[in-house]
Structures are given as structure tokens and as C-alpha cells.
Design a protein around this ligand. Structure first.
Ligand code: HEM
Length: 390
């Protein structure tokens, strides 16, 4: 049995969280799986190996996918933190409202909302893109979809961010976020259908629970997952669209000239800057990965962004190219847990890319600031000093 090679990297170091790509490259070139003693973790770094791990839930369990015991306990019973066959049933219920068929009616509304919001921002001449677009847009869409209003809507951003942050190791960020994530857990365990707007998807989930179509008590869990998994990640990807079009005006130009590139451009944004830094699994047995043995019980950290830049899979992976169309990128995961909300995320991403391509000739960015965050890599402030209308 050969043990994996080691690296002294701390994968939650502030500098790495802000710009993980040099560390991803170093770890990926070192090996397909690397032991990080500082984090008591085995990170998986190459595209094919990441797919193998995510595609094999009996060897790589999701039941302790978080990086601290408290969050693993809190996530028990969710689709995210379960393995087949339990996962299969939970997932069916959860994804029923997120299938392409269920979402079909939403495209027009989402496109219209994106066009309106982008038009207002373009008319203003300059704006801060994270609060006014990347956060404003998904918060409005998800709130309306699930049927939130009032104080819940006001808390969605804090709750969504905290729900992701606490999946990290027990560092200061996690500890500060637990009370906020606790507010979300508390709300989800007491919410009833009457708290959600009639006709919304959220209300429908509670109706299904009262009919006995889904297990008692599962409706609150589902709402929690939509909020926890669907807010922070989408916000990151929309901020990244604006920043990457600002940095690469010729790529915006290409989408303007070829509107059929909208889906490919969003897929490339997701590949190039991966919203989730790391995701967990646990080895259920001694297992050979890339010729070395990872011991039973080991915690794995799947580096989705490292796989997305693997030259063994993508040609010139460090180049942002909207014509690439990387439909097989890893940002939505892979296998049985592959993102259940990707249909909605794509509707939102395509709407924003399309609205920008139709309405904007160029974007000048003067300030792009990131803050270190355990799980989601996103821009915190993005100042668009000048936007030229099309
Ligand atoms: C760009 C935006 C998004 C990204 C990058 C993203 C990423 C991911 C990833 C990597 C996973 C796999 C987790 C695993 O393997 O354990 C996942 C699962 C999931 N996502 Fe997303 N997601 C996004 C948007 C959304 C949205 C909008 C929703 C719902 C409203 C959503 C709901 C879920 C759910 C419920 C799961 C768990 C599925 C399961 O356990 O079977 N996501 N997402």
C-alpha cells in the first residue's frame, strides 16, 4: 500500500481562498490525490479522478460531507448528506419542482426581469454590480419561486451565505456563521405552507406533505436546501459573468455578435471561475486512487476548480473562451448528487449573459474585491465605473 504524497498547503488559508488557482495547479501537478496534514484531508485534484469519486457513492459517502462534526449533524436527513438508496427518494422529491418541465414556464419571466434590471443599470452609467445585480437578481427570483416574503426575504442573503460558510472547518468564519445558519434551521423547522405565497413552489411542497406524497417533516428540509444550495452559488456565478466580460471585452463582443453562444458563455464562466472551492466526501473503505491508497474513514476534499482547469481534459484551460462550450464542467458536480438546481441556475445565468450581450457594448471595472470564504468563491464588491450601452 503506497500512501498519497503530502503537501503543507492549508486549503482554507485566506490567500488561497481569494485566489486558489496557483494552489490548484501545484496540487494537481503533484498528484491526483494529495494528503494535506494541516487540514487532515485528502484533496482530489484531477478531472477524471474527481468524476470517478463523485460517481461512486458507495465508496465515497456524502453522509459526512461537511468539514466539521456540527454541520454534519445538522445536515443529517438531507438529500445532500445522504447516500443511495435513501438519497434516491429524497432527491426525487426535491428535484420534482426543478425539472426542465417544471421550470419551462419561468424562462420568459426570468428573461424579462434580467432585461429590466440590466436596462436600469445601463441607464445609470455606473454601478456596483454585486449588490445591484449579482445579489439582487437571484434573491428576487428564488424568493418569488419559493414564495418568501417579508422578513424571510430580507434574511435570504445572510442565511444563504451562512449555510455555505458553516460547511467549512471549525475556523473563525464557521463559528461566526453558525448562529446565523441556526436562524435558518430554526425557521425551516417551524415554517408552514401558510407562511409561503399561494401558488409558489414552496407552498406546493407543503401541500404535497399534507397530502402524504412526501414524508412528514421533509418540506422544511427541502426549502432549506433550496436556500442553502441555490443562493450563494448563483450570486457568485452572476458576479463572475460581469467581471469576466469586463476583463475580456473581446469575449463579450463574440457573444454580442453570436447570441447563440449565450449558454456556452455561461458554461465557460462556471468552468473558468468555479463557484464552489471544495466539496466533501468520506472514504467508506481503503481505496486506491491514482495508484495510492486512501484509508477507510478519510475525509476527501474534491477541488472542483482544479479539475475544471486540468489540461488533461481541457485544451488551454487557463484561457477564458466563450466558444469552448464546456458542457461537462465540474461546477455543478457529477453523478447522483449533481446539482439538482442547475436548470434554474442556467435560466438565471443565461438571462443575465443574454441581457448584457444585448444591451451592453463594454464594461469598465475599476475595483474588484474578494473576501475569503470557506466554500463559495465569490466577488464581494465589483465597481463598474463605466458601462457603454449597445
Ligand atoms: C451556479 C449555481 C450553482 C452551483 C455552482 C451549484 C453547485 C452544486 C454542486 C457542486 C452540487 C453537488 C453537491 C454534491 O455532489 O454533494 C450541488 C447540489 C445541489 N444543488 Fe446546486 N448549484 C447551483 C445552483 C443551485 C440552485 C439555483 C439550486 C436550487 C434552487 C440548487 C440546489 C441544489 C441541491 C438541492 C443540491 C443537492 C442535490 C443532491 O444532494 O442530490 N443549486 N449544487
Amino acid at each position: 500500500m503506497t500512501a498519497p504524497t503530502e503537501s503543507a498547503i492549508d486549503i482554507w488559508d485566506d490567500d488561497i481562498l481569494v485566489d486558489p488557482y496557483p494552489a490548484y495547479a501545484a496540487l494537481r501537478e503533484q498528484a491526483g490525490v494529495v494528503h494535506l496534514p494541516k487540514n487532515d484531508l485528502y484533496v482530489v485534484t484531477r478531472y477524471d479522478i474527481i468524476r470517478d469519486v463523485l460517481g461512486d457513492p458507495s465508496t465515497f459517502s456524502s453522509t459526512t460531507l461537511g468539514f466539521n462534526p456540527m454541520v454534519n449533524e445538522a445536515l443529517q436527513g438531507t438529500s445532500l448528506a445522504s447516500d443511495p438508496p435513501v438519497h434516491t427518494q429524497l432527491r426525487a422529491t426535491l428535484s420534482e419542482n426543478l425539472t426542465p418541465r417544471a421550470l419551462r414556464g419561468l424562462k420568459v419571466t426570468i428573461d424579462e426581469k434580467a432585461d429590466k434590471l440590466v436596462a436600469e443599470l445601463v441607464a445609470s452609467g455606473s454601478f456596483e454590480a454585486i449588490d445591484s445585480l449579482a445579489r439582487a437578481f437571484p434573491l428576487e427570483i428564488v424568493a418569488e419561486l419559493i414564495g418568501f416574503s417579508g422578513h424571510v426575504k430580507d434574511n435570504m442573503l445572510r442565511w444563504g451565505q451562512a449555510a455555505m460558510q458553516v460547511i467549512g472547518p471549525l475556523n473563525q468564519r464557521t463559528q461566526e456563521s453558525f448562529p446565523i445558519a441556526g436562524e435558518l434551521y430554526g425557521w425551516c423547522s417551524s415554517v408552514t405552507g401558510d407562511d409561503l405565497t399561494p401558488g409558489s413552489i414552496g407552498r406546493g411542497i407543503f401541500d404535497a406533505e399534507s397530502r402524504g406524497d412526501i414524508p412528514e417533516g421533509s418540506a422544511g428540509h427541502i426549502i432549506h436546501q433550496y436556500l442553502g444550495a441555490g443562493v450563494d452559488t448563483t450570486i457568485a456565478s452572476i458576479g463572475n459573468i460581469v467581471a469576466l466580460f469586463g476583463r475580456h471585452p473581446e469575449q463579450l463582443q463574440l457573444v454580442r455578435e453570436n447570441p447563440e453562444l449565450v449558454p456556452a458563455a455561461f458554461a465557460e464562466v462556471l468552468r473558468y471561475w468555479t463557484p464552489l472551492h471544495i466539496w466533501g466526501r468520506t472514504a467508506t473503505r481503503d481505496v486506491e486512487i491514482d495508484g495510492v491508497t486512501v484509508p477507510a474513514g478519510a475525509q476527501l476534499g474534491v477541488l472542483l476548480g482544479a479539475g475544471n482547469r486540468d489540461a488533461r481534459h481541457y485544451e488551454n484551460p487557463d484561457v477564458f473562451d466563450v466558444t469552448r462550450n464546456p458542457v461537462d464542467h465540474l461546477s455543478f458536480g457529477y453523478g447522483p448528487h449533481g446539482c439538482a438546481g442547475q436548470g434554474l441556475a442556467k435560466l438565471e445565468g443565461h438571462a443575465i449573459v443574454g441581457a448584457l450581450a444585448r444591451q451592453v457594448q463594454s464594461i469598465t471595472i475599476t475595483d474588484e474585491a474578494r473576501v475569503a470564504s470557506n466554500m463559495t468563491r465569490s466577488i464581494d464588491k465589483l465597481h463598474v465605473a463605466k458601462v457603454v450601452a449597445a
